[in-house]
Design a protein around this ligand. Sequence first.
Ligand code: GAF
Length: 391
Amino acid sequence: MSAPAFEEVYGAAPDGVWAAPGRVNLIGEHTDYNDGFVMPLALPHTTRVHAARRDDGVLRLHSADSPGQVVELRLDALAPTGAVGWAAYPAGAAWALREAGLPVGGADLHFESTVPTGAGLSSSAALEVSTGLALTELHGPAAQAVTAPELARLCQRAENEFVGVPCGIMDQMASACCVEGHALFLDTRDLSRRQIPFDLAALGLKLLVVDTRVKHELGDGEYAKRRAGCEEGARRLDVRALRDVPYEELDAALARVGDRAGPGGAQGPELRALVRHIVTENHRVMDTVRLLEEGDTRAVGPLLTAGHASLRDDFAISCAELDLVVDTANAAGALGARMTGGGFGGSAIVLLDDALTTEVTDAIRTAFTTAGYRAPRTFEAIPSPGAHRLR
Ligand code: GAF
């Protein structure tokens, strides 16, 4: 069945259409809630919202994925309730904009998305940011004054407080601020950023995304546990966030974390492993930026693989399917590979010579079949624009 258009749902044409992309993260995983460094790039996969302004304080939401089900909410009654389901993301974005005092009113919204859900590719951020952009642009100059990073912050607040997921800022910043042909090097402490040219085709290289189709669920408590463990590590080291632990002082810092169990029951060795991942991962991001800026893109491969080992062994958020992608891709001649996003399933990325694409992809497929896993979905990560108005 084809998706019902805005007109069919609401009986009139929309005022405009906005799009916000999903993302893959090249490197810098779980560093964002430690005030650290990340380097995502936007995907060509977007959430598009067809939107018409309303001036009666009503927000109506409809998704092509749930045809015929219109969610109707009053803006002045929106409150963080721990509500589940897709509508919590756009409702949360509207709530956060209004909490920030922006003169955002009602709207009729119809969503269509090509961002795979539960694949670690930021479908939630795409939903929040597309909503935020549409609402601010529909409701006049005062609302339009919000900058892209401010919008990202508000969408993060929507996810943290309205939806109840304790995520960092990376996904919303990627969706709002990425630039076509570039990776976004972001300091998540102050949101300072640099767009790093990322033209792999010119170098005969490719970045593949392999969606294992193992569903990840950020809300299942494991993400929050890692976050709490990192915060405990920072407390023991007497720093504002683990970003402040210098790489050169890692051994001394690990010794200071000690053996005491943490508040959530995490043992000393587990806390030390979390700290080690964050400190080494921030260092890998800086190395990646340097290599890309020096034009030594091939040398980024081993950093990706080292990042994966750290996420698997120290942060303990990989899974058998993700490990199989990484090991198989590397054995088949890739330059490097790693899981990307929150973990516990979702997607991996593979950096490889373009000429090896078929070989590596086939090797991964065969390995999945042999292991009895569901066939993965594979596509190229083409660095695409951040959120924008389509018409
Ligand atoms: C998820 C979160 F939403 C991000 O904030 C980030 O922490 C990521 O996992 C891990 O790097 O996508």
